[in-house]
Ligand binder design. Structure first.
Ligand code: DGT
Ligand code: CA
Ligand code: CA
Length: 582
């Protein structure tokens, strides 16, 4: 056994145990226990090994005798017997197969038992050869759907979500910062532009010419590197934790030029080069060359590049050639004054212990106050979401009472208010999962689709439209239902949803969970342009997840949103007025 497993490695094993137990059709209670343990381990803010050493594993919510034993086993041996036994029992790539959108445990089992399919490639082959359609519950249409899904998910697999990429980037950056003769270690590429997912990690740093090769060598021998793709005088590429990292070294004098070049996007840079040419200049990663004199001026600071081209500075999030060049040419007043994390006054989508969250209302409120928020909307699941601890009507009323009492004690003294919300299921027919009486008692109603993902586009669109014209919904959560790298969203006419949201004054969510980021930057921008307000919510299931706000704000920035476009950039009074509770 090589390295000691970290919190996320252990959580992953429990997530997988949950999946396998579902596949084996074990008691759903077991599946849920594994899922809960996985989630709580994932969101611990201490190293689980410290709890293990202190004999305190059972202090983790959702961890009892059995699970604690499992964790100890994983820490000591890297895996656990139960997990290994289950994997032996199931000789097929359940995780790979379940990763394909539209494929559930039942289909995987039938495909395995009846057709001997064990991998996504075999499934693809069976679909191409029209063997899949013969399975029970499968037809020509679903076969074609699966084939499309396999092909799409192969594409998606190549990109990395930010919750995976960022920690890896941090490891590499911290390592480089400790290397002698290195300074200005900076992320560039899509990571600096805060794209929703990244293809690889791009880093740059400065060093003097005498040392850059040694720095790149040291980079190649960083602990955890499994492969050095290339290593030269000024650049190297390695694989760390299955992710490619490109590193470029520059001298201080041309650092700004290199940073600008490697931040991209390629499309943005092409436009800049055209502007340069029209001015008789040539733009490169080394600087700006005057065509006539041949003199190269390296830019130490990135802003100089833009200045020399006669443009105001354009923030990385906007550099996609989606109109930012035109706006910059028109003058800095035409570029948006983007929302920042400092503008955010509260989180509008949080789960507490009342449903499937790990923390109590006071714990979440404390964490929110620690982040400088004025309010927090506790939005637990509604009654139909049994699997996620959805609240009965009676429970919702008790929850509202708890929140009222909390606010009575804290609102005036601490200037903080908990909003009583609910993430209410939109049922298959578009009705909401609580009666009006309950909806009217809540401060904020967030509506969401969690079931019936296979509905066709027309049905799904009218289902969502029906829910939001109902008049009770303040926010539509994760409007497309996508899970990055896992599944495409459901089929929906998002333009129609945006139109109806505008007509009804319903806010659309930017779900900040790095696995969702839904709406996407492009759709959120469309919403803004249609006059729709966006609500950034982390969908936190623990205090740790409140930190996901930064991901949501970056999507908002990439969507050109200003503070006035964001519902939770408003103070409490204004927010309450907006949702009709003022
Ligand atoms: P990704 O990695 O797919 O998420 O997207 P990027 O934008 O990080 O792309 P990547 O890693 O291929 O390159 C990083 C930046 O470096 C890119 O945004 C622009 C610049 N760049 C890379 N290769 C070239 C190239 O061949 N020509 C030009 N003009 N720019 C390049
Ligand atoms: Ca990249
Ligand atoms: Ca790259």
């Amino acid at each position: 056994m090589g390295k000691v497993p970290c919190n996320s490695d252990i959580a992953l094993i429990f997530y997988r145990l949950a999946t396998l137990s579902q596949f084996l059709d074990e008691n759903p209670f077991i599946t849920r226990a594994y899922q809960k343990a996985a989630r709580n381990i994932e969101s611990l803010d201490v190293d689980i090994k410290h709890l293990f050493d202190a004999g305190k594993l059972k202090a983790i919510p959702g961890v009892g005798e059995e699970i604690a034993k499992g964790i100890a086993e994983i820490i000591e041996t890297g895996t656990c017997k139960r997990y290994e036994a289950m994997k032996r029992e199931i000789p097929c790539d359940v995780f790979g197969l379940l990763g394909i959108p539209g494929i559930g445990p039942k289909t995987v089992r039938r495909a395995y038992e009846q057709l001997g399919i064990t991998t996504p490639d075999e499934l693809e082959k069976a679909a191409i050869e029209h063997r899949l359609r013969k399975l029970q519950g499968m037809g020509v249409k679903s076969e074609a759907k699966i084939l499309t899904a396999i092909r799409r998910s192969k594409e998606m697999d190549k990109r990395i979500t930010l919750d995976v990429a960022l920690p890896i980037a941090r490891i590499a950056m911290e390592y480089l910062e400790r290397c002698p003769h290195v300074s200005n270690v900076t992320a560039t590429g899509s990571l600096r532009r805060h794209r929703e997912t990244v293809g690889d990690i791009d880093l740059i740093a400065t060093s003097d010419a005498d040392h850059s090769e040694a720095v790149l060598k040291a980079f190649g021998s960083m602990p955890g590197v499994t492969r050095v793709i290339k290593s030269g005088a000024t650049e190297a590429s390695v694989i760390l934790k299955n992710v490619r990292i490109d590193l470029r070294i520059a001298d201080r004098a041309s650092f700004g030029s290199l940073l600008q070049h490697f931040t991209g996007s390629k499309e943005h840079n092409i436009r800049l080069r055209e502007i340069a040419i029209r001015k008789g200049l040539k733009l490169s990663e080394y600087g700006i060359t005057d065509h006539e004199t041949g003199i190269l001026t390296p830019c130490g600071e990135e802003a100089e590049v833009y200045r020399m081209l006669g443009l105001p500075f354009i923030v990385p999030e906007l550099r996609e050639d989606r109109g930012e060049i035109e706006a910059a040419i028109a003058g800095s007043g035409s570029l948006p004054d983007l929302v920042t994390e400092d503008d955010i006054k509260g989180d509008l989508h949080v789960h507490s212990k009342w449903s499937d969250g790990a923390n109590s209302v006071p714990e979440l409120a404390d964490a929110a106050m620690g982040r400088g928020y004025e309010y927090l909307c506790i939005s637990d699941h509604s009654k139909s979401r049994g699997i996620a601890g959805g609240l009965s009507e009676e429970c919702v009323i008790r929850k509202i009472n708890e929140i009222d009492a909390f606010n009575d004690d804290n609102e005036s003294s601490r200037g903080f208010r908990v909003l009583a919300g609910s993430e209410v299921d939109i049922r298959a027919d578009g009705t909401l999962d609580y009666p009006d009486r309950i909806l009217e008692m809540l401060d904020i109603v967030i509506a969401a689709v969690h079931t019936g993902f296979s509905q066709d586009r027309r049905t799904m669109t009218s289902r969502i439209v029906r829910a939001i014209v109902d008049g009770h919904v303040d926010i539509l959560a994760h409007p497309t239902g996508r899970l990055l790298g896992e599944r495409m969203g459901y089929e929906v006419d998002i333009d129609r949803v945006i139109e109806v949201a505008a007509e009804t004054g319903t806010a659309l969510e930017i779900n900040a969970s790095p696995r969702r980021l839904d709406l996407s930057d492009i759709n959120a921008r469309k919403a803004k342009e249609a006059g729709v307000m966006l609500a950034i919510g982390t969908d936190a299931h623990s205090t740790y997840h409140l930190g996901y706000m930064e991901f949501g704000v970056h999507v908002a920035r990439r969507a050109w949103l200003e503070p006035c476009d964001v519902m939770n950039a408003r103070g409490t009074t204004e927010l309450l007025r907006r949702i009709g509770r003022g």
